[in-house]
Ligand binder design. Structure first.
Ligand SMILES: Cc1ccc(Cn2cc(C(N)=O)ccc2=O)c(C)c1
Length: 318
């Protein structure tokens, strides 16, 4: 039994590493068959010693029985909704308000792609993924832990043992969306209108086995509740999330002043079509966390961030 325990520990570790290389880095170091063989080995030992199964075992990704419904979850730190900007003028107005609020001439911003998916929150305790929830109304969301566990790029265990909540966007890559709709048409089922609806529909499945087949993915971009948070900028937090093993979007950039923000926005209006996932804009945040505190919130959203929305694409007629 001690032998089996040791063997399982090392199999969980090596399978988590392989999974990370394949699903987060998109750079596997071993052939799929090697991953599969180690997975079979782990399942055989777990079958022999079920009491040795741990919540972070890769065999636990496609969870239990279908749910009757979803439990409610209250977010300890509310999930924000951002104000919108629709043109350069709006962005310059935003920058002017921020500079006046901080009484500075120039502000360091972070620009990130605005993934067109579903905002979700992941909670980790003692390093284990313990709960995942939808944004809901920002304060109360739905517990979709079992469905989120099926997203392979979500680590089931991280190195930080402090309670931490990370926020991100679950989405369906365009390729998965097209394949899913083809399958649905074959089955004479209603196709999804767009990847965002397909992702939302998939995460609302009561049976995790269905969610597991939808090839969902996720980018993490923010931190909610965090005991050990002593970083001073948003960009440092993005780097920390990446070091923890989360999938972060590689296209984020620090921009010195609104001119560099406008360049970044301009650049992605063109390059948007090259991405393998849908984005509906660019998120612009003041980088310094103290400056964010100083600026605070309006009734609805932060004064230190804004979402630049792309013009809605004219419907592509086949
Ligand atoms: C049979 C089989 C096993 C695994 C995979 C995909 N894959 C590969 C790895 C790997 N190479 O490190 C890690 C995780 C994973 O999900 C496929 C497509 C087929």
């Amino acid at each position: 039994e001690q032998e089996a325990k040791k063997k399982l520990e090392s199999l969980r570790e090596v399978l988590a590493q392989y999974n990370y290389e394949y699903h987060v880095l998109d750079k596997p170091s071993v052939p799929d068959a090697e991953y599969d063989q180690k997975m079979q080995e782990l399942k055989q030992i777990e079958e022999q010693y079920p009491h040795l199964i741990t919540p972070d075992s890769p065999s636990q990704r496609v969870g239990g029985e279908p749910l009757e419904g979803f439990q409610k979850v209250t977010h300890r730190v509310p999930m924000l909704s951002l104000g919108n900007a629709f043109n350069e003028e709006d962005l310059k107005d935003f920058d002017r308000r921020v500079r006046e609020g901080l009484d500075v001439n120039k502000v360091t911003y972070v620009c990130e792609l605005k993934i067109d998916g579903l905002a979700i929150s992941l909670r980790y305790e003692n390093g284990f993924f313990v709960q995942g929830a939808t944004r809901g109304d920002g304060t109360t969301g739905e517990d979709i832990t079992n469905n989120l566990k099926t997203i392979r790029s979500i680590p089931l265990k991280i190195k930080d043992d402090n309670p931490i909540e990370v926020r991100g966007e679950a989405y369906m890559p365009q390729k998965s969306f097209l394949a899913l709709n083809e399958a649905r048409e074959q089955m004479e089922e209603e196709p999804f209108a767009n990847p965002r609806n397909a992702a939302a529909g998939s995460l609302r499945q009561l049976d995790p086995k269905i969610a597991a087949k939808r090839n969902l993915d996720i980018f993490l971009y923010a931190v909610g509740e965090w005991e050990s948070g002593e970083l001073s900028t948003h960009s440092e937090r993005l780097t920390y999330l990446q070091q923890l093993g989360f999938k972060t979007n590689p296209e984020w950039r620090k921009c010195e002043g609104i001119e560099e923000v406008l360049e970044y926005v301009e650049n992605w209006v063109e390059k948007r079509a090259e991405l393998s996932y849908d984005i509906d804009g660019i998120v612009i945040k003041v980088d310094n966390l103290e400056a964010q505190e100083q600026l605070g919130f309006t009734a609805k959203s932060p004064r230190w961030a804004i979402a630049y929305k792309f013009p809605a694409e004219e419907a592509v007629t086949e």
